[in-house]
Design a binder for this molecule. Structure first.
Ligand SMILES: Nc1ncnc2c1ncn2[C@@H]1O[C@H](COP(=O)(O)OP(=O)(O)OP(=O)(O)O)[C@@H](O)[C@H]1O
Ligand SMILES: [Mg+2]
Length: 298
């Protein structure tokens, strides 16, 4: 019996109940490293919280636990402690500014598809406890085109690709889009330009990636979410291990974070609502199934 079949059987059992409400699942990703993903995740989370939304960040960058470092928080436990029953889900969750929550993943996360059914069911039920109370689940991925990054980007129904005005950032973003599209049929991407000097520069970056994607790949559709300006206050906030929106709410980039969060919140989700069941299966999949199973669904 394959993993998908296992999950279907699990879902039919009475001991697993579909949550009534599921969060919007958004991955924030990039081809090139250091383009500002983690800062964007943290500040968008805070901005969405200011707009009255309940936000959970999944820190899926296995290399370093970046999210908590940026917020000056200690995350002593992760999903592995939950699985080993050493800790409960409420023990591994960490609360940050504005009431945002952080769920630290673990390096063994991708192996979880091979867990026995009882463990998968346990995890799904634990997650269900918190997902029902969350409006947005933001996934902070590592940079690049590793299996790990691909995996989380296929899990998310919405993927925000962060690009800076540097040519290398654009080239690496294209490489990531190419893999997700040609190998996994993901065909819609949202572009957020970071560290631009002004809107003209940011729109120029968007037009370039759009042109390249259209020319070489044809089908994928790109959507422009806007930009976050270069702002030295971000560096200052990083040094102080605080979110810039928290530390300098009036600085230029903070206003843009709020504006982008507003656009994300207001985005029509009618089509997504129709895919609720599929989405849930995907959310199950990210704990239960291998990457291959998810190909072709995006
Ligand atoms: N809009 C901005 N203006 C000025 N500096 C910025 C801006 N965005 C990010 N930075 C700086 O860029 C650096 C990298 O940011 P961040 O750690 O968020 O990137 P990342 O994409 O998550 O990196 P990694 O790929 O290593 O996870 C930070 O030190 C931050 O100060
Ligand atoms: Mg990061």
């Amino acid at each position: 019996m394959d993993q998908a079949e296992n999950l279907r059987i699990m879902m039919q059992k009475k001991d697993f109940v579909l949550p009534h409400k599921l969060p919007r699942l958004i991955s924030i990703t990039s081809g090139k490293g250091g383009v500002g993903k983690t800062n964007i995740v943290v500040n968008l989370a805070l901005a969405l919280a200011k707009l009255g939304q309940k936000v959970l960040i999944l820190d899926a960058d296995m290399g370093l636990a970046n999210v908590n470092i940026l917020l000056g928080l200690v995350c002593p436990y992760n999903i592995e402690h939950l699985l080993s029953r050493e800790k409960k889900i409420e023990d591994i969750l960490v609360t940050g500014p504005g009431g945002i929550n952080i769920l630290p993943a673990s390096s063994g996360f991708l192996e979880m598809g091979r867990l026995p059914e009882s463990q998968q069911l346990f995890l799904l039920n634990e997650l269900e406890k918190i997902l029902a109370a969350v409006d947005f689940l933001l996934i902070d991925t590592a940079a690049g085109i590793s299996a790990n990054v691909v995996y989380f980007n296929l899990t998310a129904e919405e993927t925000i690709i962060v690009i800076t005005p540097e040519a290398t950032s654009l080239a690496d973003a294209y490489a990531l889009i190419k893999i997700l599209f040609t190998e996994h049929r993901k065909n819609h991407f949202t572009i957020l330009v970071n560290a631009a000097r002004n809107s003209q520069e940011a729109e120029g970056v968007y037009q370039k990636i759009k042109k390249v994607v259209h020319h070489f790949l044809g089908e994928p559709t790109l959507e422009y979410l806007g930009f976050i300006p270069f702002d030295s206050r971000i560096g200052e906030a990083v040094r102080q291990q605080r979110a810039v929106l928290d530390l300098f709410p009036q600085t230029r980039c903070s206003r843009y974070f709020l504006e982008v969060a507003r656009l994300i919140k207001e985005k029509k989700t009618t089509a997504l609502a129709a895919k609720r069941k599929v989405l849930f299966r995907k959310q199950g999949l990210f704990l239960s199934l291998g990457e291959k199973e998810m190909g072709g669904e995006n």
